[in-house]
Design a protein. Structure first.
Ligand SMILES: [Zn+2]
Ligand SMILES: [Zn+2]
Length: 639
C-alpha cells in the first residue's frame, strides 16, 4: 500500500497503480465530477495517471484557475481534430492555451476565414457528443516521427524535443505531440467559442510559411463563457482604434508611414483642449513653456548618454555636411542645454521648463498599436531644476498636480509605484549614498503625507535616480502608465549644470523629469477607451448638432443660431443634408455629440431651442441665452 497525502493533510492508503480518478471517486463521486486534473507532488497530471509511489495529491477542480489552462489546451486539441476532419490534408503547428483562451496554428489546404468558424464549431460539438476518451502514451522519437510522417511541422517539433521519448495524446482519429495534461474525454469540453482567425508565421519567424491561426476560448461553465464574451464585446466597443476612426479623431496611412498618426479635425480639437488644459495648470504653478526642435546633433545625445544606451530605440542618424543629426527620442538634452545657457542663482530655483514636445522612437512594427504606441508622439514633458534640499517640495508639488489632474478627469482606479534603488547593490547606481538615502526617504514621506496609496519597488529605480510612476486602469481593465516623476543626479553632471548657492559658491542642481498626461497621443487613446468616445462637453470635438426639420422654413433661424454659438465659442455643426430627420438624429447619436438641437416651427416662432442630451430621452426647451450659458458653464467646469 502507498501513502497518499491530500491537500488538507489527511492520509490515504492507496494500492499501487490505482488511477487518480479512482481515488477521487472513492473520496466522493460528486467531487470526482468537478475534478479537471490533479497535482501529484506538485506536478500537474491527468486524472488517468496511475499512482506508483507514495505522494502528495491535490485535486484540481474546474473552478480552480489552473484548470482554465488545461481546459483551453484540451479545447485546442478538440478544434484541431475538427479542422482535420473538415479539411483533410491539414498539417498542424502548435496549439497552446493562452491567457484568455487558446489558439492553434494550421496549414490548411483550403483558405479559411472567420465565416468558416461556425462550421468548425459545429464539428467540435459533434466530437463533444461522441465523448471520445483522451489518452496519453509515450513513443520513441523515431516512432513518433513515423506516426507524424505526413506532418513536417510536427516532425520539426519532435526533432526539437530533448528527451528520447515523446508524449502523445490521442483521441480516436486525432493525435498530437503534447506534454498535456488534458481532461479525460472530449465530452468534458462544453462551453467554448471560436473567436477569429489570423495569419501567423511558423515559429514566429517571418522567413517561414504563414499558417492560419484560429483563436478560441473555453470555460468551465456556460455563464463564465457568456460573461467573457460580453467582456470581449465591451473591449471591442472601447477599442480606441475603432472609436478613433468612427469619431474622426486620427488616421494612419502606409504612404505616410507606419506608426505615424495624423490628427483629423475632431482629434485636433481634443488635443488642443488637453494641451490648453495642462499648460494652463502648469502656468499657474510657475512652469515656463518653451519650444525646441525635434532634431538634435548626435553630439548632444552623446553628451546625454542616450547615444550609448538608447540608440536601438532611436531612428538612425542622418549625415549632413560634417554633422550628424538624429530625430530625438526625448527632449531632456535640449532643456539641459537651455538651462546651461545662462547663469542661475539659487533664488531662481526650482526652475520649471516645460514643453509639449514631439519625440520619435523606433518601435518594432509589430509593437505599434493605434495611437497608444507610435513612432511619433508628443510628450507632456517638463524638467525641473532644483537644489538637493528642494527635492521633497518639488516632488510634493508634482504629485499634487498628478492627483489634481486625475481628479479633474475622474480617474479613480490607479496605482502609484515608488521605484527605489537596491540597497544591496549600490554600486549599480549613479550618485552618492547620502543623496539617494535622503531623497528616497523624502519621497516616501511626501507620499505618506499626501495620503497616497503606493507600493515600493526595490531595485526598480533608474540608475540615475529614484522614480514614481502611476498606472491608471481603464474601464476594461487595461493598465496604462500615464504619469511619471524621475529624479536625475546624472544629467546635471553630464551637462555640467550649475547654480550659485547662498554662499556664492557654484553648486550642482538636481533634475526632475516629469510627465503628467504622459504622451498626449497615448492619453487620448486612454480617454477614448475610458469614455467609450463619449467625451464630456469641454472636450467634445462637436458639442452641439443643429438639425433643422425643414431645410427651407427653418434655415434662417438655424443659421442665426449657429452664428450665435460660434460667437460664444461653442463648437456646433449644422446638418443641412437632405436626409430624414430620424436618420440625422441617429447619426448625431452615433457620433456621440453631447447635444442635439432639432429646430422646427415652435423654436422659430418662440426664439427658443429644444435640446436632447446624449444618452437621454427627454427633450428640453430653453431660451437661446440659457442654452449658451449652460454649454459655457460646462466648458468652464470641465463637465
Ligand atoms: Zn497539446
Ligand atoms: Zn526628461
Amino acid at each position: 500500500m502507498l501513502k497518499v497525502e491530500l491537500k488538507d493533510g489527511s492520509k490515504l492508503d492507496v494500492e499501487e497503480g490505482k488511477l487518480i480518478i479512482e481515488v477521487a471517486k472513492e473520496l466522493s463521486p460528486s467531487l470526482a465530477k468537478k475534478c479537471c486534473v490533479a497535482k501529484l507532488n506538485g506536478k500537474l497530471v491527468d486524472l488517468k495517471t496511475p499512482i506508483n509511489e507514495s505522494a502528495k495529491l491535490e485535486l484540481v477542480m474546474y473552478s480552480d484557475s489552473e484548470a482554465f489552462e488545461v481546459l483551453n489546451h484540451s479545447c485546442a486539441h478538440l478544434m484541431a481534430q475538427a479542422v482535420c476532419r473538415l479539411y483533410p490534408g491539414t498539417r498542424m503547428g502548435v496549439g497552446p492555451a493562452i491567457e484568455e483562451g487558446f489558439y492553434y496554428d494550421f496549414s490548411i489546404p483550403t483558405a479559411i476565414t472567420n465565416e468558416d468558424l461556425p462550421k468548425i464549431e459545429a464539428e467540435m460539438k459533434k466530437i463533444v457528443k461522441e465523448n471520445i476518451a483522451i489518452n496519453h502514451y509515450m513513443l520513441s522519437k523515431a516512432d513518433a516521427k513515423n506516426k507524424f510522417k505526413d506532418d513536417k511541422f510536427k516532425c520539426e517539433l519532435i526533432d526539437a524535443i530533448n528527451d528520447d521519448m515523446v508524449g502523445i495524446y490521442e483521441q480516436n482519429d486525432y493525435a498530437d505531440v503534447c506534454r498535456g495534461p488534458h481532461v479525460m474525454s472530449t465530452g468534458l469540453i462544453k462551453n467554448f467559442k471560436l473567436l477569429s482567425c489570423a495569419g501567423a508565421y511558423w515559429r514566429g519567424d517571418s522567413k517561414n510559411e504563414v499558417l492560419t491561426r484560429i483563436y478560441g476560448t473555453c470555460w468551465a461553465t456556460e455563464e463564465e463563457l457568456k460573461n467573457h464574451l460580453a467582456v470581449l464585446e465591451e473591449r471591442k466597443a472601447r477599442d480606441h482604434r475603432k472609436l478613433g476612426k468612427e469619431l474622426g479623431i486620427f488616421m494612419f496611412d502606409e504612404l505616410v508611414g507606419r506608426g505615424l498618426p495624423m490628427w483629423l479635425p475632431n482629434g485636433f480639437i481634443v488635443r488642443r483642449k488637453l494641451q490648453d488644459y495642462i499648460m494652463d495648470k502648469e502656468y499657474e504653478l510657475g512652469y515656463k513653456h518653451v519650444m525646441t526642435p525635434c532634431l538634435g546633433n548626435v553630439e548632444l545625445y552623446k553628451t546625454s548618454g542616450h547615444w550609448a544606451h538608447y540608440k536601438d530605440d532611436m531612428f538612425p542618424k542622418m549625415d549632413v555636411d560634417e554633422e550628424s543629426y538624429v530625430l530625438r527620442p526625448m527632449n531632456c538634452p535640449h532643456h539641459m542645454v537651455m538651462y546651461r545657457s545662462t547663469l542661475h542663482s539659487y533664488r531662481e530655483l526650482p526652475l520649471r521648463i516645460a514643453e509639449i514636445a514631439a519625440d520619435f522612437r523606433f518601435e518594432a512594427s509589430g509593437a505599434l498599436t493605434g495611437i497608444e504606441r507610435t513612432r511619433a508622439f508628443y510628450q507632456n514633458d517638463s524638467h525641473i531644476f532644483c537644489t538637493p534640499s528642494q527635492i521633497g517640495d518639488v516632488f510634493k508639488e508634482v504629485t499634487k498636480l498628478i492627483l489634481d489632474v486625475y481628479n479633474d478627469f475622474g480617474f479613480k482606479n490607479y496605482k502609484f509605484r515608488l521605484s527605489l534603488r537596491d540597497p544591496q547593490d549600490v554600486e549599480k547606481y549613479f550618485g552618492n549614498d547620502e543623496l539617494w538615502e535622503r531623497s528616497e526617504s523624502e519621497l516616501r514621506q511626501v507620499l505618506n503625507e499626501l495620503g497616497v496609496d503606493y507600493y515600493e519597488a526595490i531595485g526598480e529605480a533608474a540608475f540615475y535616480g529614484p522614480k514614481l510612476d502611476v498606472q491608471v486602469r481603464s474601464a476594461i481593465g487595461h493598465d496604462v502608465t500615464l504619469s511619471t516623476i524621475q529624479l536625475d543626479y546624472q544629467l546635471p553632471e553630464r551637462f555640467e549644470l550649475e547654480y550659485i548657492d547662498e554662499k556664492g559658491q557654484k553648486a550642482r542642481p538636481v533634475v526632475i523629469h516629469r510627465a503628467i498626461l504622459g504622451s498626449m497621443d497615448r492619453f487620448v487613446a486612454f480617454l477614448l477607451e475610458e469614455t467609450k468616445g463619449i467625451f464630456p462637453v469641454w472636450l467634445a470635438p462637436v458639442q452641439v448638432k443643429l438639425i433643422p426639420v425643414n431645410l427651407e422654413f427653418h434655415k434662417d433661424y438655424t443659421d442665426n443660431l449657429f452664428a450665435k454659438f460660434k460667437k460664444a465659442k461653442i463648437r456646433a455643426e449644422v446638418d443641412y443634408r437632405d436626409e430624414k430627420l430620424g436618420y440625422k438624429i441617429r447619426e448625431a447619436q452615433m457620433k456621440k455629440i453631447p447635444y442635439q438641437l432639432v429646430i422646427g416651427d415652435n423654436e422659430v416662432k418662440n426664439g427658443t431651442v429644444t435640446y436632447r442630451k446624449y444618452g437621454e430621452q427627454q427633450q428640453v426647451t430653453v431660451s437661446v441665452e440659457e442654452f449658451i450659458d449652460m454649454i459655457s458653464k460646462a466648458e468652464k467646469e470641465m463637465k
